[in-house]
Ligand binder design. Structure first.
Ligand code: HMG
Ligand code: MG
Length: 312
């Protein structure tokens, strides 16, 4: 096996993609402690929350408070999700330096997730991205349902390429290609990446795998073989999208780091400290964290469920 990558960039999405899908309310101070510990583990990009409608995703309603309270590590980028100009207003007011805009490769999912078709989302995001760049913010782009849609089924790789190119045209520094419902498999992943690489350099691509069917790590290896060095993951395997039925957690960051460490690929992340960060949030959940590395090293020792707060 030849892996043409010696260093991997990780975007930690646990505090956003992870917590947005949890039924329990995580207190703001616990989110702050969790994000602080994630930064202490060596992660350099940590998604801190989402300025989306609190009616649609109540779990992210305290993002402004969380963002304000995080002791900002100067070496860490703390992006937040922004779905529209109102979200950008809130991000600017909170002093955010980096945002992520998000659309999809299938219209039906996009309608359910942000109440816009793909074309409508680009009309919405064009002024958002322009203003964010004017404010010197970094802008990242997400493509959901790149490997399959819960409503439309198969998604053509050409569609993914088209959406990725449109996001880069808006000035995104990187496009995260999402397997929202975790249906992708390694050869499919290489097919989609092969098509993207015909037009887009690998340095502008990241993969965002959900592990719904246990293929996230295999898909990561397939992407590494193609020279992709950007991966999204959530500590402990927290996660899912509330508007994608059946979507479960992201690739667990610990599982990714364990594999990369043992392959001699640099990440700058301490696995022990990462486990400590996951252990901060674990007691608040109403289920054990699904990450395999975490389970292997903490089974029976974490007081899972002992601090569960009100279930919504
Ligand atoms: P809408 O209902 O069409 O919006 O929702 P609207 O403009 O008609 O506004 C409705 C109400 O929301 C109004 O309030 C607005 O002011 C308010 P009201 O007058 O009823 O009191 N509102 C807002 N409030 C706070 N912040 C805002 C905001 N915007 C409007 N930014 C909207 C459209 C986009 C707002 C909504 O659909 C939404 O918030 N969707 C977000 C859904 C979401 O967060 N999904 C999960 C993240 S995406 C994901 O997980 C996938 C990813 O991980 C990649 C992958 O795995 O594929 C990224
Ligand atoms: Mg996701």
């Amino acid at each position: 096996m030849r892996i043409p990558v010696d260093t991997v960039r990780i975007t930690e999405v646990g505090p956003r993609d992870g917590l947005q899908n949890e039924k329990v309310v995580i207190p703001t101070e616990a989110k702050v402690a969790y994000i602080t510990a994630l930064a202490d583990s060596g992660l350099r990009v940590i998604e801190a929350g989402a300025f989306v409608s609190p009616k649609w995703v109540p779990q992210m309603a305290d993002t402004a408070e969380v963002y304000r309270e995080i002791p900002k590590d100067p070496g860490v980028d703390y992006p937040v999700l922004v779905p529209n100009m109102k979200g950008l207003d809130r991000a600017i007011e909170a002093g955010v330096k980096s945002i992520s805009i998000f659309t999809a490769a299938s219209d039906t999912f996009n309608k359910r997730n942000i109440n816009m078709t793909i074309d409508e989302s680009f009309a919405n995001y064009a002024p958002v991205a322009a203003r964010a760049r004017h404010e010197d913010m970094r802008v990242r782009g997400y493509i959901s349902t790149a490997f399959g849609c819960p409503y439309e089924g198969d998604v053509a790789p050409e569609r993914v390429l088209e959406v990725a190119a449109r996001l880069l045209d808006l000035g995104c520094y990187e496009v995260s290609v999402g397997d929202t419902i975790g249906v992708g498999t390694p050869m499919q992943v290489q097919g989609v990446i092969g098509m993207l690489l015909q037009v887009i350099p690998a340095s502008k691509l990241a993969m965002h795998f959900h592990d719904t069917r246990g293929t996230a790590l295999a898909n990561t290896l397939a992407a590494l073989e193609m020279g992709i060095a950007g991966f999204d993951a959530s500590s402990g395997g927290l996660g899912g999208c509330p508007y994608a039925p059946g979507a479960s957690g992201n690739l667990a960051t610990e599982d990714l780091i364990y594999m990369l460490d043992r392959m001699g690929i640099e990440t700058g992340v301490s696995l022990d400290r990462l486990v400590a960060a996951s252990s901060i949030v674990a007691p608040y959940l109403d289920h054990p964290l699904p990450g395999r590395y975490l389970q292997a090293c903490t089974k029976g020792t974490l007081p899972v469920g002992t601090k569960t707060t009100a279930v919504q």
